[in-house]
Design a protein around this ligand. Structure first.
Ligand code: ATP
Ligand code: MG
Length: 790
């Protein structure tokens, strides 16, 4: 056939076509940002269905967010029609939930399991640490959870972790891990990392289940492959059944009985330069080693960028070129030079936000830009606040993606906890959360009596509540209150059993629990907002009920066949799996065309905007403080910069503030080194450090006149270097520098425990090499690194 004439190959270049039409061995598409990886993946799905006659149900595509999944699905449907609907396009987590809802009984959970998010996990871990009587100063829930998460991302369970513990600290962590898992199991709940790990373990342990999915998914496609961690990688292995797994995949006795099928076709696309989730265990080696892992793999490179102007591309290439040990790429565009990058050095963060707001005004007035074309990026969520303040003042509609999210608000979490425990009474965390919320006279003592009864009789907390009369030491008044609570819950449960709509159940919960009444009676203005948020949640549930969409884990084939019930469980699942990036404005042509998008750089992955403001480019902000003394972390920050820069299609702004308030005190931050890495001639500095007004040169440079003339871009590099040297002596260390010697045990906020291997330099300049076990050996500048001597 005429390849070039085929409509599904239209608007693709030669290597893109090759990737779409490739058949057979595993395919890796590696390419820089904006080279059409996602487009190719989408077209390939359409191609598989239309030309290779693949059944849509035999396709599994993995995307980074639920939102990206929905878009991809929609696009494929446009290309090949409605029958595409039954394919699985989802995130790793959603795909796993979908598998687990069907199969999890094999590993002793019930299919109505709860999904614990970060806050639930923290609550549970706090309880665990308290039970184990571990010193809360030494063992912080988040630190332990990070460690546990790392273990799970490496597919190590509590037993493995205990075996590998090399000291008393790790033994304690492993103990907490084990107790935490036990309580999750008792609560019939899984945390986020469990979703993946449990699925992998299940597929490994049950050959018939594995074969079943292998037979089903003949095509597996993964976007953003550079951000997969080991557990996700193993999941792909299990699902595809590639030959390389021999030796890693130990067959259980009886496995012979399960009929084996040949490997599925695998396509992964990614860009090692955009790997930004190492802190979640993402392993860049998954992409670098692809050819080794899959010896017969085909690799296709895409080199033409279709997103950005040459200026933007050159800037991004120049910055990422400073990372070591990467494969250089030849990314080019024929989009033309385009506008120069605009730089701005502001007095402080308010001035920076004002600048951004004024530029947006100008662009929308004079340059035909719509607010929806504009995105403002920053390194950490907290930086959004100042932009929000300015936008509110100027009346610029905006949308913050991420941050303190709707579903993280207390009242929303309370309401969802009610719903969750109605569906799964074993969910102790949710149950305890609502037990005395609003206050109904079931105090801590009463709760402890119930917990003791549950322990004594080895029953769930809920069962103990229903048998409260047997609880030793329970006050009569508390007993009455508990009985009333149990009666209310049972009544609400009968609504769930009768398959009432989620919004109807939610409204009943809010009324009968007294939750709403209490808020409405309050004269705290915040409680007014809470009522509004709950109204919003009811609206979300109603929308869900009226346009019944099964949860992300429902099998599309069953949905199509109308055999899947859409109930409260589906609603909860949908809510549980909403990721940050899922809150991006929907259609740029719809109601949102007047809305500017604010988001962190991490959330920006995969997206594109005509105009991008990259803000807060200061050493200590971006790159993040934590990364300053650590080469691998710094390189990850640089990849994040690369992601940010390459989101821009036509116009790019970079800005920094000379002074930024941090924890209430002003901090003088030097220019980000990433600014120095931009080619000088590409940036048009609207305002330089030398021109800034409020703080005066002397304040920053000790009266130095080395700053150069205001418009002298060439010397700007010099001046920011001078500023950096200066700031090195001014920036306040967050706390005292620990004095360390080889052999000392330390604990680090994110790496956990480690042993000092070597120390160089003294005082402010001391750098320690610390062995963090599975995290590897890190060289840390002690002034900045959040380490504490034990
Ligand atoms: P990222 O690395 O940021 O995820 P990507 O490689 O996935 O980027 P896409 O988002 O697929 O890139 O494509 C970037 C832009 O280029 C999109 O707007 C896409 O529609 C467009 N594009 C891709 N290939 C072509 C092509 N051959 N002709 C015209 N436009 C294209
Ligand atoms: Mg992409």
């Amino acid at each position: 056939f005429e390849r070039t004439d085929h409509p599904l190959l239209e608007g693709l270049n030669e290597p893109q076509r090759a990737a779409v039409t490739h058949a057979g061995p595993p395919l890796l598409v590696v390419a820089g940002a904006g080279s059409g990886k996602t487009r190719v993946l989408t077209r390939r799905i359409a191609w598989l269905i239309n030309e290779r006659k693949a059944h849509p149900g035999s396709i599994l595509a993995i995307t980074f967010t639920n939102k990206a999944a929905a878009e991809m699905k929609e696009r494929v449907e446009e290309l090949v029609g409605k029958r595409a609907r039954i394919m699985w396009v989802s995130t790793f987590h959603s795909a796993c939930v979908r598998i687990l809802r069907k199969e999890i009984d094999r590993v002793g959970f019930k299919s109505n399991f709860s999904i614990y998010d970060a806050a639930d996990s923290k609550r549970l871990m706090t309880l665990v640490l308290r039970d184990l009587e571990l010193d809360p100063k030494r063992y912080q829930p988040n630190a332990v959870l990070n460690w546990v998460s790392d273990q799970k991302n490496e597919l190590r369970d509590a037993e493995d972790a205990a075996k590998e513990a090399r000291n008393s600290f790790e033994e304690a962590y492993a103990k907490a891990f084990s107790a935490y898992q036990r309580r999750l199991r008792e609560a019939n709940a899984l945390d986020f990392d469990d979703l993946i790990m449990t699925t992998v373990h299940l597929l490994q342990a049950f050959p018939d289940v594995r074969e079943n999915y292998r037979r089903r998914f003949r095509h597996v496609l993964v976007d953003e492959y550079q951000d997969t961690n080991h557990a996700q990688y193993s999941l792909i292995q299990q699902l595809c059944g590639q030959s390389f797994e021999i030796g890693t995949d130990v067959e259980e006795p009886g496995a012979e009985s399960a009929e084996r099928v040949g490997p599925s076709e695998l396509m992964v696309v990614g860009d090692a330069d955009q790997s930004i989730y190492a802190f979640r265990g993402a392993d860049i080696r998954n992409i670098l080693d692809f050819e080794q892992d899959f010896p017969d793999a085909t690799t296709i490179l895409l080199e033409q960028n279709y997103r950005s102007t040459q200026t933007i591309l050159s800037a991004a290439n120049s910055v990422i070129g400073n990372n070591r040990g990467r494969k250089p790429k030849r990314l080019w565009t024929d989009a033309g030079e385009g506008e120069r990058i605009i730089g701005y050095v502001s007095d402080d963060e308010h001035d920076e936000a004002r600048f951004v707001s004024e530029e947006i005004d100008k662009l929308t007035d004079d340059a035909g830009v719509r607010p929806a074309d504009v995105a403002v990026f920053y390194r950490t969520n907290a930086q959004s606040r100042v932009f929000e303040e300015v936008f509110i003042r100027t009346g610029q509609p905006y949308k913050v993606v991420g941050g303190v999210r709707f579903y993280e608000r207390k009242e929303v979490r309370d309401a969802l906890a009610y719903l969750r425990m109605l569906v799964n009474t074993a969910d102790e965390i949710s149950l305890r959360r609502v037990l005395n919320t609003p206050k109904r006279g079931i105090g801590e003592r009463a709760e402890a009596c119930i917990a003791a009864l549950a322990d004594r009789d080895r029953i769930t907390f809920w069962e103990a509540l229903t048998r409260a009369a047997e609880a030793p030491g329970l006050a009569t008044r508390s007993l009455k209150n508990i009985e009333a609570f149990v009666a209310m819950v049972q009544e609400l449960q009968s609504m769930v059993e009768a398959d009432e709509r989620p919004d109807v159940i939610l409204e009943s919960v809010l009324e009968r629990s007294g939750y709403l009444v209490e808020l409405e009676a309050s004269d705290d203005p915040q409680d007014g907002t809470r009522v509004e948020n709950l109204a919003e949640l009811v609206a979300v549930a109603r929308e869900f009920a009226e346009d019944p969409q099964p949860g992300p884990s429902a099998d599309p084939a069953e949905v199509e066949a109308g055999t899947v019930a859409v109930g409260l469980g589906d609603f909860l699942e949908r809510v549980a799996l909403v990721a940050d990036a899922d809150q991006i404005p929907d259609s740029p042509d719809g109601d949102d065309s007047g809305v500017v998008t604010l988001m962190t750089l991490h959330t920006a992955k995969g997206l594109e905007f005509p105009v991008v403001f990259l803000t807060g480019l200061e050493d200590g902000v971006f790159p993040h403080q934590r990364s300053l003394g650590d080469q691998p972390e710094l390189e990850e920050e640089r990849r994040l910069a690369y992601v940010g820069l390459t989101r821009a299609q036509q116009r790019l702004y970079v800005s920094r503030a000379l002074v930024r308030s941090a924890w209430g005190a002003p901090s003088h931050n030097p220019a980000s080194r990433f600014l120095d890495e931009l080619p000088v001639d590409l940036v048009d500095w609207r305002r330089t450090a030398a021109e800034q007004t409020r703080w005066g040169r002397a304040d920053l440079t000790g009266g130095s006149t080395r700053l150069g003339t205001p418009t002298d871009a060439g010397r700007r590099n010099f001046s920011s270097a001078a500023l950096r040297a200066d700031a090195a002596s001014k920036a306040k260390p967050a706390r005292e520098i620990p004095s360390l010697a080889p052999g000392d045990r330390v604990v680090h906020d994110s790496f956990g425990m480690g042993t000092v291997v070597a120390v160089e330099g003294v005082a402010e300049k001391s750098v320690a090499s610390i062995d963090f076990g599975s995290e590897g050996v890190k060289r840390l500048l002690l002034r900045y690194a959040p380490v504490e001597k034990l």
